[in-house]
Design a protein around this ligand. Structure first.
Ligand code: SF4
Length: 363
């Protein structure tokens, strides 16, 4: 796998852009949002949010990795729970004039890029993603400029500015067919920002790519030794792995796939026990679909099989009922994307969506 060294002003590699402080701040805010509710508080917040959604002609879309209360509320109010692109698509097609996006910032930006006429609110606009932080547009543009003969393919987990610099946007579900399609046209590919997903796509497709060295702080932490120990305790369990995980974890998997594909695998496979290597927020939909099956968190510590994963995305955790109610009440947390930037970012996003349609129609 070709992962170049990116020179960071001031030294260090791209992981130094993440910063311990940013992670700590996110965890602090997540702790506030997920702090136990006082008696009656949760019910009161849910009631308040439901009436505000109506009053503001708003719909709630939540990512699979958000807290179960948010996913449940989205479903109860005619909203939607999904992956980032489906969230944006649903919001685009829904008649509501305000979309409330429970997730991380690039998801709010994607919704705005696709639905500029709508107001996009988020519980906390500072909820970000390590992949986004590790791929700042200035450094990334320099890198692209240094390889002008490459087609630039970026994962959806990037800022609007990085998308605007790209030729194609991809999700984990569609990355493989798009890379194969480009390779068939003789294109050289520059991939960003997730090195593990990039390595996975490269390994399956056999297409050599130049890969930006970013990573997801959650998936990067899964450890083979811990998963093996847990698998020894549950020998019949199937292992479901998201391809943002390191190669040695992917190599152990029974199924590798996007969030949507992993939820589907939980239903499709005959197994009744699963070890799941992705953010545990996904368990809400997995258990909803298969209440009689057992879903176990893949350990991330690598020591022993008895520990449960402590891996929660700190930024997804920043979404809660409390700040969701505030966003709807006050209009705080609105996402803005400048029109020039929006139009540029729409081009590679639309390219992906058009390509996806050709896949569906050729099935
Ligand atoms: S789980 Fe990973 S990829 Fe998803 S938002 Fe969090 S840091 Fe980003």
């Amino acid at each position: 796998m070709s992962v170049p060294e990116i020179k960071i002003p001031g030294g260090g590699d791209v992981s130094s852009l993440l910063g311990v402080d940013l992670m700590a701040q996110a965890r602090q805010e997540a702790a506030i949002q997920t702090a136990e509710y006082a008696p009656g508080e949760q019910e009161a917040l849910v009631g308040q949010i439901k009436s505000l959604l109506q009053k503001e002609n708003a719909v709630l879309v939540a990512h699979y990795y958000t807290a179960p209360q948010l996913q449940q509320l989205a479903e109860e109010t005619g909203g939607y729970v999904s992956d980032s692109l489906e969230m944006a698509r649903f919001g685009n097609e829904h008649p509501a004039t305000t979309l409330v996006v429970a997730g991380v910032r690039f998801m709010g930006e994607t919704a705005k890029i696709l639905s500029p006429e709508k107001r996009i609110l988020m519980p906390d606009v500072s909820a970000t993603c390590s992949l986004d932080l590790e791929c700042p547009v200035d450094l990334f543009s320099e890198f692209c400029d240094a390889h002008p003969d490459h087609t630039v393919v970026v994962y959806a987990n990037t800022s609007a500015a990085v998308k605007a610099r790209a030729d194609w946007v991809v999700t984990s579900g569609i990355a493989l067919p798009i890379v194969k399609h480009l390779a068939q046209q003789g294109k050289k590919i520059l991939w960003a920002p997730d090195q593990y997903l990039g390595g996975y796509v490269q390994g399956i497709s056999g297409v050599e790519m130049l890969i930006w060295p970013g990573s997801c702080v959650v998936h990067e932490q899964f450890k083979a030794v811990g998963i093996r120990a847990l698998a020894a305790r549950y020998p019949d369990a199937a292992l479901l792995v998201h391809p943002e995980s390191p190669a040695e974890i992917v190599a152990m998997a029974d199924v590798v796939g996007s969030t949507t594909a992993l939820i589907q695998a939980g239903s499709d496979l005959a197994a009744t026990e699963f070890i799941v290597a992705t953010e545990p927020g996904i368990f809400y939909k997995m258990k909803q679909a298969e209440p009689d099956k057992l879903f176990l968190e893949a350990p991330s510590g690598g020591v022993g099989g008895s520990c449960e994963s402590c891996q929660r995305c700190p930024w997804m955790g920043m979404n809660g009922l409390r700040n969701l109610a505030t966003a709807l009440e006050t209009g705080s947390g609105e996402i803005h994307v400048g029109e020039d930037l929006r139009q540029k970012a729409l081009v590679p996003l639309q390219r992906m969506m058009d390509f996806a349609k050709t896949l569906h129609t050729s099935k």
